[in-house]
Design a protein around this ligand. Structure first.
Ligand code: GLN
Length: 294
């Protein structure tokens, strides 16, 4: 890059900028921030440490590093996070999409593509409860072009971001402002998915690290066991599922057993939990089968 004379003082090579950043923040975070800022890959940055940044890039990078040093998540600084191979816009109003949530997407795709929902309704109707940034709903809509995807959230700020992501990525999703099922009078789906808040009220993680900067209502349901939102979702699901439809949701690392019990208690069949990349059961699902005639 060519710096004008006045910028000279601010100019640095990629290697110098990364070295300076690493004295303040995590090494990989520094690489992600500079990659995001310059539009290069981390591999490129590491291979071309001798190249100059422009004065403007160096100054902007210094600002981003300072923000990260105060704890602001990398995704919020860059305003985006990759999920299932696509870039999603994020801000402080939405949960930052997590890699483990891609497991839920994979499982949902397998159910629909594998015709595991009883095929009474074509095209399949999918509902995402508490869509946040729209990462799940938009991904499902793009991966399942035949499906009719509906996504709801109680936060208008979140819905704005989700809608923006759907538009930018070319996904057709119907958005509804709703507190869980409340605004859905009578509508039924073949698949209901959710990544609900499941952190317990007094979990110390809520006041640590990146979680401090995310919307609390996306992280915790303020209940003692973190299962209130999941109880609401499971309890209401049967009224909103077609026969043969599935409910599938993400939960905390130690909640799988209680989630399966809850599904069993509400008459779900084929109940199963699926582990995340760390081997922790992270997604649990069950199928709504018609009640046999007595
Ligand atoms: N998995 C997230 C975390 O522990 C929580 C996301 C959620 O509550 N849905 O950081």
């Amino acid at each position: 890059a060519i710096g004008v004379a006045g910028d000279r003082r601010l100019m640095a090579t990629i290697g110098e900028a990364l070295a300076a950043a690493q004295s303040q923040i995590d090494r990989q975070d520094a690489q992600y921030l500079l990659a995001g800022l310059t539009g290069s890959s981390r591999a490129f940055l590491l291979a071309h440490g001798e190249r100059d940044l422009s004065g403007q890039q160096a100054a902007q990078f210094a600002k981003h590093v300072a923000a990260r040093a105060t704890g602001v998540p990398v995704a919020q600084i860059l305003g985006r996070r990759e999920f299932y191979g696509r870039d999603f816009v994020v801000n402080a109003h939405v949960l930052i999409p997590r890699p483990e949530t891609e497991i839920l997407v994979e499982q949902a795709l397998a159910l629909v593509s594998g015709n595991k929902c009883l095929k009474t309704h074509d095209p399949p109707c999918v509902l995402d409860l508490g869509c946040g940034s729209g990462a799940i709903a938009v991904t499902l809509a793009l991966e399942l072009p035949d499906a009719k995807v509906t996504a709801l959230d109680q936060s208008l700020d979140a819905l704005r971001i989700a809608q923006q992501n759907a538009r930018t990525l070319g996904a057709s999703v119907s958005f509804i402002k709703s507190d869980w099922y409340r605004a859905l009078t009578g509508r039924k789906f073949d698949l209901i998915v959710a990544n609900p808040p499941y952190i317990a009220a007094h979990d110390p993680h809520l006041s640590q690290g990146d979680l401090r900067f995310e919307p609390p209502q996306a992280l915790t349901d303020n209940s003692a066991d973190g299962l209130d939102a999941i109880r609401t979702i499971v309890t209401g699901a049967r009224a909103h599922l077609h026969d043969g439809g599935w409910l599938m949701f993400e939960h905390g690392f130690d909640q799988a057993e209680r989630c399966r019990a809850l599904l069993a208690q509400h008459g779900f069949a084929a109940i199963a939990s699926v582990p995340d990349l760390a081997g922790i059961p992270r997604v649990t699902m069950g199928q709504h089968l018609p009640t046999p005639a007595v």
